[in-house]
Unconditional design. Structure first.
Lengths: 274, 274
């Protein structure tokens, strides 16, 4: 909402949050024009609705909002998974309301109003994922893509299914890999935590993310996450076998492949330095 | 060397490098008083020698330097593994020369003269690892610890064996975990590389490190790396089984454990923000 206000994308910005505390803190924000007690009240008369709740609650939240949605309203979201969400939403939307899912690769391991930032989306990739059946009107897709681009993201268009396969590898698996490292280290003497370097810090950073949000992601994208995780386990086993056999040429080839993939990543992501 | 000059820790700074190119670039550096063609020449008359070569070449490099080392000279290093190194070094040191191994947790995935920085060691942990047999004179241990502390590091003292067990978990395993993620992603469409967020960037960053250096680390610390890797595989398998069984309470408990370990890491590492 901060970003939308900063870029002048909305005349009136109406907010709803499940939490009464967040709602009362919203009242004091300059980027918030009105705060509402229910989703239904919040969306009344809105041209564009952005649903920002965990992936497993998007359809339920939209069901609560549905009676307030007017004909011609456009709905998008920020959920980290898209296949289930885009399907579930179809069942709750009133006639004449279009849903075009989105997933901006923004945010950090910190959540909540106090970490909201007007430049949150700057330069980040944003998936826009119109479902194929029933087809979404082209104007609705264009309007949602335009909205996300206007917030500063780099919009890419994929089907919900392909999106879920990509992020299972580029986001969900890295999260689980970092979590497993942290769980392993949690079993070691606590003082080891003071003995790491910047590599440990960066490799595990995302593991501090909200477990409830990540539980929902794993649950919603279970099939793809499982495939990515199994592939990752196979790579580690390949490496383990080579180390156990003292086959260090294979270890080196593995490291070279990894380096080749990784060394141009920063330039390709073109993320702002944080 | 830049850091030692910046903090006024040395009267005369003499440099040697295996590479003729690096040697000639050293000549032009203000923090370098003399550049030498051989290790033996370089260490002649030195009170303190710092061996900065990959772990598997430390003993060989010291063997070349040995004829130049005078009685009372003190030798330390920056190798990422310590058990093998500290043992191998014993066989090549002349009488009256003490070796006290060290491992500053500094540097990044970038190596080479062009990435040297005077503040490289600021706030970083530095392991100082005197071997137990034969015992090292206490004054030598204190002098080496003092040197590393004077460069701005937080010195911690461990035996070479305990050091190797700790860093297998806090540094070597995170490196292999990041490398395996990168290798897996290398098998996917190249355009996926543009579709990541900051989590992907950070989780894989170290995989861009020098494969030859990391091959040597895995080789030198094979036994401990293997144990850490096997423990990591067990954690991932535990997670996979829970996801496959749709036991999302177990998944959540896993994520909570990881978060608990990770969320205070930044404060404990007290690393400068980079």
């Amino acid at each position: 909402m901060q970003a939308a206000r900063a870029r002048g994308l909305a005349g009136h910005l109406a907010a709803w949050s499940r939490s009464a505390g967040t709602r009362s803190r919203c009242v004091a924000q300059s980027w918030c024009d009105s705060v509402h007690e229910t989703p239904e009240d919040c969306v009344r008369g809105a041209a564009l609705v952005v649903v920002c709740v965990p992936a497993d609650r998007i359809a339920d939240t939209l069901a609560l909002a549905a009676p307030g949605l007017g004909v011609g309203a456009l709905v998008t979201d920020v959920g980290s998974t898209k296949g289930h969400v885009c399907e579930a939403v179809q069942g709750v939307l009133p006639e004449g309301v279009a849903f075009v899912g989105a997933h901006p690769m923004a945010g950090s391991e910190k959540s909540g109003l106090e970490h909201a930032r007007a430049d949150l989306f700057e330069g980040r990739v944003c998936f826009v994922t119109p479902q194929e059946k029933p087809p979404v009107p082209v104007e609705a897709i264009e309007a949602v893509a335009h909205f996300w681009a206007a917030l500063g993201t780099r919009v890419v268009m994929f089907s919900p299914g392909v999106h879920d396969r990509v992020v299972a590898h580029t986001s969900h698996l890295p999260h689980l890999a970092a979590a497993a490292l942290s769980v392993l280290l949690q079993r070691k003497p606590l003082e080891w935590r003071r003995l790491g370097g910047p590599g440990l810090r960066d490799t595990t950073r995302v593991a501090a993310g909200d477990p409830l949000m990540w539980r929902a992601i794993v649950q919603e994208n279970r099939r793809q996450v499982l495939r990515a995780l199994e592939d990752y386990q196979a790579e580690l086993e390949h490496l383990r076998v080579a180390i156990a056999a003292e086959d260090f040429d294979t270890v080196q080839a593995f490291l070279v492949t990894g380096k080749n993939w990784r060394e141009h990543l920063d330039a390709e992501l073109s993320l702002p330095v944080t």
